[in-house]
Design a protein around this ligand. Structure first.
Ligand code: PGA
Length: 238
């Protein structure tokens, strides 16, 4: 299976930025590139034939939940991918582990491909708590989820997000294997692992070349059309 390039464009683009970006990448991406724009722009992307994912999702299919978007709504628009538990949502938006668990559970139930983000802080890392923190995040997020065939786990160390610092190839390899092993023991099934944190056209080749890595989750560089095209090339030729 080909490796994935997932772009998390966060809340970075205006409508004219989006139009410019889409013009530049039009007809040049493939189905292994999934772009996750702000949800107000999703129709722009879909109408032009891009593969799109959500940056977040709610844990109820329908109802009076002002401002939220559900897995049922996403599926009705043909969307498959959703990012859940990004560190910015865990910290700035104060999303709790119990919310993340409900979101993962509901999105998988609606047959979405879930990209669950996990990662340790710099302090946890310096205290040698990385494995403990990751295991805890995995265990709590997957309570009650039975079918994890469409689950991806994105390892995103918090100190690497938006910092220009990328985890080393050895670290990424060790941790991706640790995540796979942890999920296998917990759910008796295989999981695919992505890496995220300051990935760009310079760093992508060594990361995507790691056997146990199934793709990358890119923030900042995914808002830049030229970067996206270069990264797509690397993933394609991998
Ligand atoms: P970055 O963000 O690539 O800008 O570090 C990654 C992410 O937050 O998913």
């Amino acid at each position: 299976m080909s490796k994935l390039l997932v772009g998390n464009q966060k809340m970075n683009m205006t409508s004219s930025d989006v139009n410019e970006f889409l013009r530049a990448v039009m007809g040049k991406l493939n189905e292994n590139v999934i772009l996750c724009p702000s949800s107000i722009y999703i129709p722009y992307y879909i109408n032009k034939g891009f593969k799109v994912g959500l940056q977040n999702v709610f844990y109820e299919p329908k109802g009076s939940y002002t401002g939220e978007v559900s897995p049922l709504q996403a599926k009705s628009l043909g969307l498959d991918y959703v990012i859940i538990g990004h560190s910015e949502r865990r910290t700035t938006l104060r999303e709790k582990e119990s919310d993340i668990q409900k979101k993962v559970n509901m999105a998988l139930r609606y047959d979405m491909s879930v990209i669950l983000c996990i990662g340790e802080t710099l302090e946890e890392r310096s205290l040698n708590k990385t494995d403990f923190v990751l295991r805890k995040q995995i265990y709590s997020a997957l309570v009650g989820s039975i079918n994890i065939k469409k689950l991806y786990i994105a390892y995103e160390p918090l100190w690497a997000i938006g910092s220009g610092k990328v985890a080393s190839v050895e670290e990424i390899e060790r941790i991706s294997l640790f995540i796979k092993d942890t999920v296998k023991k917990y759910k008796d099934d295989a999981v695919k692992v992505l890496y995220g944190g300051s990935v760009d056209s310079n760093s992508i080749a060594s990361i995507i070349g790691i056997n146990s890595i199934d793709g990358v989750l890119v923030g900042k560089a995914s808002c830049n059309a030229e970067e996206v095209l270069k990264m797509k090339e690397v993933v394609e030729n991998q």
